[in-house]
Design a protein around this ligand. Structure first.
Ligand code: SF4
Length: 240
């Protein structure tokens, strides 16, 4: 059976497209010239696609760090509702893409996945405790899809881990395409032994137990349990 390409969602500006608020881009050569040889990118620019235009007034997160608002800096226009309404529809479209990973633009109030500045209501004090509005919705919607940002991917260990996770998810998806059988799962578990062990022996043992007791549960639950354990395992580093 022919393998589908590995599809990775990505913040459009990282591909060199001029979609940023100032009409510029944030081209990342590693992502386009190196990783790009092995994956097909699905570009997403939340601010442009939700109708804010290019160029546009820059925005930032304001208020409650757990439920911030997306506000323009100078005119204080609130784009939170517009962004969330668009994102809800875009996430449903992305379900059809079968993404194996997503690369966010760091620090962005829309696309940043971690440590995004959230300003107080006074607009002066800021803490790096937020998550971009679209990134938050994406991670809630697809909790098992590996995510990273361009800044973190400069760290070689984080980069290796991310690449391992997307390739593992791809192999998992290929297994699902062949149908959910206990034999197929047992074979997958054997073939991925070393990779999972490199991350977590505890999870590897638990995954093995799940396979061994596979006949006792419905096949959908079996595969869901295994996928959940695998996803958690690969986020860990084994320090043993
Ligand atoms: S960071 Fe996100 S919203 Fe901003 S230009 Fe890049 S893709 Fe668009």
């Amino acid at each position: 059976m022919k393998e589908d390409p590995i599809k990775i969602g990505i913040s459009t500006c990282l591909l060199g497209k001029k979609v940023r608020w100032d009409g510029n881009h944030k081209h990342d050569r590693f992502l386009t010239d190196t990783l790009g040889q092995y994956v097909d990118y699905v570009p997403v620019c939340p601010e442009m696609e939700c109708g804010m235009g290019v160029p546009r007034e820059p925005v930032r997160l304001v208020g409650d760090p757990f439920a911030p608002r997306l506000m323009t800096i100078r005119t204080h226009k609130d784009f939170t509702g517009q962004m969330k309404a668009w994102a809800g529809k875009r996430l449903l479209e992305l379900e059809k893409e079968n993404l194996c990973g997503y690369i966010f633009k760091c620090d962005s109030p829309s696309s940043g996945m971690i440590h995004v500045k959230v300003y107080g209501e006074d607009g002066k004090s800021a803490r790096k405790v937020g998550v971009g509005i679209f990134a938050r919705m994406f991670m809630d919607h697809f909790p098992r899809i590996p995510v990273e940002d361009d800044c973190r991917l400069h760290d070689i260990k984080i980069r290796e881990n991310f690449i391992e996770r997307i390739f593992m998810l791809k192999k998992w998806r290929e297994l699902l395409k062949t149908g959910k059988t206990l034999g197929g799962l047992a074979d997958f578990h054997t073939r991925q032994k070393l990779l999972v062990l490199a991350h977590s022996e505890t999870h590897y043992r638990e995954m093995g137990r799940t396979v061994a007791e596979g006949k006792k549960m419905p096949v959908d639950k079996l595969f869901d349990t295994y996928e959940h354990l695998m996803s958690d395992a690969l986020k860990l580093r084994n320090h043993a």
